[in-house]
Design a protein around this ligand. Structure first.
Ligand SMILES: [Zn+2]
Length: 250
């Protein structure tokens, strides 16, 4: 049952037939894991907190640097040198003090990934390196948790939802079978990144996560959305489960 304060805070979404009081209660009861409090994590964390996702865990082991600030809008010039998860937690709590935010100042690794995924309803990949992406992709399959994947570099972005529990859904490794090396997939520090591109992709990740909990938006798996900020706009390609996948095949 929503409190009067909840009804007022979330009034503009509760009034929507797609949300209603039932949907808001589901959002408030949901537990989401956000991996990375950087360029993608910034819009994700802000919008999940604003929407009233009741339990948000943020994991990141980095500190804020001046070069982060063209895109990582959770952080401020004053927070340079401080922990990203602490800053992200403070920013999200300032926006919405009525939800629970758990900061984990550590790196996601093989030792903690299954425990973290198992204790959440859904995981959002806002990481910036391929090792974490493959670790998360495989763990999401093992633990049967929905994974909202996002990536952004230069002027391009990608978005997909993987859910091993959905019929015929590919896993992350079905779509990205081979881990690229640094030359094939340079990070933002080598290739550059336009801040609004992470804003577009991160915002779509937050929307996908909220839609997932609300059960709206139709079939969300089996598609890879590509975004080209240099005039190409959005393009969607179908993805499929691979019987020879080293994670979920045969
Ligand atoms: Zn697979």
């Amino acid at each position: 049952m929503l409190s009067d304060a909840d009804l007022e805070r979330y009034a503009r979404q509760v009034i929507m037939p797609d949300v209603g009081e039932d949907g808001q209660e589901r959002l408030l009861a949901s537990q989401m894991l956000v991996v990375g409090a950087g360029g993608l994590g910034s819009p994700v964390i802000f919008y999940l907190a604003a929407a009233g996702v009741g339990h948000i865990t943020i994991i990141d082991d980095e500190t804020v640097e001046l070069t982060n600030l063209n895109r990582q809008i959770l952080h401020t010039t004053h927070s340079i040198g401080t922990s990203k998860v602490d800053q992200a937690t403070a920013a999200a709590a300032a926006l919405n003090p009525a939800i629970a935010i758990t900061p984990r100042r550590e790196r996601l690794d093989a030792g903690n990934v299954d425990e973290l995924l198992s204790s959440h309803d859904l995981v959002i990949d806002c990481s910036d390196n391929v090792e974490t992406r493959y670790l998360l992709g495989d763990a999401a399959y093992r633990t049967q948790k929905p994974l909202v994947f996002g990536g952004a570099v230069r002027s391009e972005g990608q978005l997909a939802i993987f859910h091993a529990g959905a019929p015929d859904s590919p896993c992350f490794r079905c779509v990205f079978p081979d881990m690229p090396d640094a030359q094939q997939a340079p990070g933002c520090s080598e290739a550059g990144i336009l801040g609004p591109v992470t804003g577009v992709i991160g915002t779509l990740q937050a929307l996908a996560a909220v839609n997932w909990i609300l059960g709206i938006g139709g079939e969300q798996t089996g598609r890879l959305l590509l975004f080209d900020a240099r005039g190409g706009g959005f393009m969607e390609i179908s993805t499929a489960r691979r019987t020879d996948c080293s994670t979920c095949g045969g």
